[in-house]
Every structure is written in C-alpha cells, then in structure tokens.
Design a protein around this ligand. Structure first.
Ligand SMILES: [Zn+2]
Length: 353
C-alpha cells in the first residue's frame, strides 16, 4: 500500500518525477529511485502524490496506473512547469535566448500561422510566379534576377514595416534583469531582435541578415548596409522595378547576406564574428539558462546550439506550439503559442517576486 499523498507535490523533484513517469510510460518506484537518485521512501511519496494528477490508483492507493488523458490530453504538468520556468528565470545569472522562425517577420512563411499570426502576404503575391523556394536561391538570382530581387525587396519592406514580435519586448525586460546579461542567437534574418532593443553586440544571426548586402560573385569580404535601398516592386508580378543593385567593384549582382538553401556563395564572415563573440561571452557565463522560442525541429542550426549548451549543463526551456516534447524529463517544454507561453511564465515570474 502506498503512503497517503502529503505535501510532495511541492517537492522540488515532483515535476521531473512526473515527466519521467510520462516519458517512460512507467509508474514505477524503481524508475524514480534510479533516475532521480533518491531513496525508496521519497520515490514512493512522489508516486503517491501523482495519484489524481497524472495517475489513477486503487482506493487504498495501490496499483498506480498512468491516466490516458495525462499522456495524450492537454499538458497536465503545465502549472508546475510555468512555476519552474519562472524560478529558473529569476535565479539564472545569465541567459542564451534562441529565437526561431516562430518569432520572425519573414522567413518560414507557411509555418507562421501556427502561433496565431496572420499568413504573410508574400505567399499570395507570388502564387502565379516562379516557385518561392526556386527564386530564393543562388541559382534563382542568376536565372530570375528581377523576381529574386522582387522577393528580397518585399522581404525588406516587410521587415521595415512590421513591428517585432510582441514577445521580444517581454524577453528584453527579463534579459535586462539578469546579472550577467543575455546573448541572443537567432535563425531569423529580419533584424527584429535588434529592432526590439537587444544590443547588436550580443546578437548572433546564424543565417545572416537581410539588412546587409554582399557581392553574388563574392569578389571581396566586404558587406554593405541596405539602408539606401528603396525597393520598388510590381505588386501583381512580384518583379523588381528599376536597376538591380550591383557590386561597386566587379558589377556582379548584389544579393542579401542571408544563407539560402544549398548556398555555397554566402559570405559568412559577419556571422562568424558574431559567433566568436558568443563563444567569448560563454567563457564568462559558462552555464547560462537557455530559452529557446519558436525554433522547430527543422531549425537545425538553432536546435544544435541549444542542445550543445544543454549537454554542457545549462537548463533548457523550449517553447514551440507543435515541436515541443512536453514530457521530456531533462527539459521544460511548452506546447503553447509563443505569446501565451511567455505571458503565462511572466505572470508566475511577477507573482514570485
Ligand atoms: Zn563583386
């Protein structure tokens, strides 16, 4: 017979114990003892506390079984996870914020609707022209330069006209309270992290930036800002109107300094320098809290980086409406819309201060 549940839902290990049970599909005392390195009595008490929460038990408290709704229904551990995420944030000396396409203004067009965002108008504008993926490639630039630059011009206009994701303001407030500060890593090329107020010296844009130009022939390492560009694009055909931007040195077409699909011509120098700054910062903040927001499983560059930091001992909090592993006992993952998750964590954060 199991002991009666007492205050063990407040046990520091309660959330992780529940995650182990759900992740391994086993309501087992020995699993908890082994994975959490705790004694028999504490493991029994933890399991007993789960009855009614994620387990169902016999009337005498014995024979615990996982509630099917706990495995397949809405996240029953959400309140515990929100509280734990808020605790992590309030206790962390430093943070790496990994910002994925879910918070972006431009790329990842078809996926963005998942967070309740409006579909991007570019998808409709290019419905009758060459395929978006085809023209947004180094070959596409050479074969359809007016279409490719029409697309880049519209992206640039969208980046300039759209405000940053509302969640970035919330994250900036949290970042500013950290004693050792925050470093942002983003797979987005929209420059919106800086636009939201994060200092440029602590941003690593791993796919480059739409706000820099490079020579498509890569004749030199120099990059040019895009502030002077005033894109004129035919709204019906998506074609760039007027002269195409050309390299002042070799007269080859210019292109945005963003890493495209199968892109051997991307000038990675600026992005590499940002990466070096991140590594130097990590020397002084060796185990930052890692908060990954809106990076799907296909966002491999961001996910590799956050997993590497996690393996080195950092706590990992992940927010993604579809690509979150909510029962993973090693992380705190939220399968919620970004804005909703951040607001709920924020409420716990302010409640605990
Ligand atoms: Zn050139």
């Amino acid at each position: 017979m199991l002991p009666q549940p007492c205050a063990t839902r407040a046990d520091d290990l309660y959330l992780q114990a529940c995650q182990f049970v759900l992740f391994h599909h086993q309501a087992s005392v020995s699993l908890l003892q082994r994975r959490l390195r705790i004694g028999y009595g504490r493991a029994m008490a933890l399991l007993a506390a789960m009855c009614g929460d994620i387990l169902e038990c016999d009337a005498d408290g014995g024979n615990p079984r996982i509630l099917p709704a706990a495995l397949h229904g809405p996240d029953r551990l959400l309140p515990h996870k929100l509280a734990q995420a808020a605790t992590c944030l309030s206790e962390a000396p430093s943070m790496v914020l990994a910002v994925g396409a879910g918070m972006g203004a431009v790329l990842g067009l078809p996926e963005r609707t998942g967070d309740g965002e409006a579909a991007h108008p570019l998808a409709a504008r290019h419905a009758n022209g060459p395929d978006l993926a085809c023209i947004a490639s180094p070959e596409g630039l050479q074969q359809h330069p007016a279409s490719a630059w029409g697309l880049y011009g519209q992206w640039l206009q969208a980046c300039r006209a759209t405000p940053p994701h509302a969640g970035l303001a919330l994250l900036l407030g949290w970042a500013r309270r950290l004693p050792q500060g925050c470093f942002v890593v983003t797979g987005n090329v929209d420059g919106h992290v800086q636009k939201a107020g994060f200092p440029a010296a602590r941003v690593y844009e791993c796919h480059g930036s739409l706000h820099r130009l490079q020579c498509s022939a890569h004749c030199e390492d120099r990059l040019w800002p895009t502030a002077w560009l005033r894109p004129q694009v035919d709204a019906s055909t998506g074609q760039w109107l007027g002269d195409l931007p050309r390299c002042p040195h070799c007269d080859a077409l210019m292109r945005p300094n963003i890493r495209l699909q199968d892109d051997w011509h991307w000038n990675a120098a600026r992005s590499q320098r940002q990466h070096e700054l991140l590594e130097v910062w990590l020397d002084s903040a060796p185990q930052p809290l890692v908060l990954e927001v809106g990076a799907g499983r296909d966002d491999t560059a961001l996910r590799r980086l956050t997993q590497r930091l996690h393996r080195r001992g950092s706590r990992l909090i992940r927010i993604h409406p579809h690509d979150a592993d909510i029962h993973n006992p090693d992380t705190i993952e939220f399968a919620l819309g970004i804005r909703e998750a951040l607001q709920q964590i924020g409420q716990h954060l302010h409640g605990s201060q």
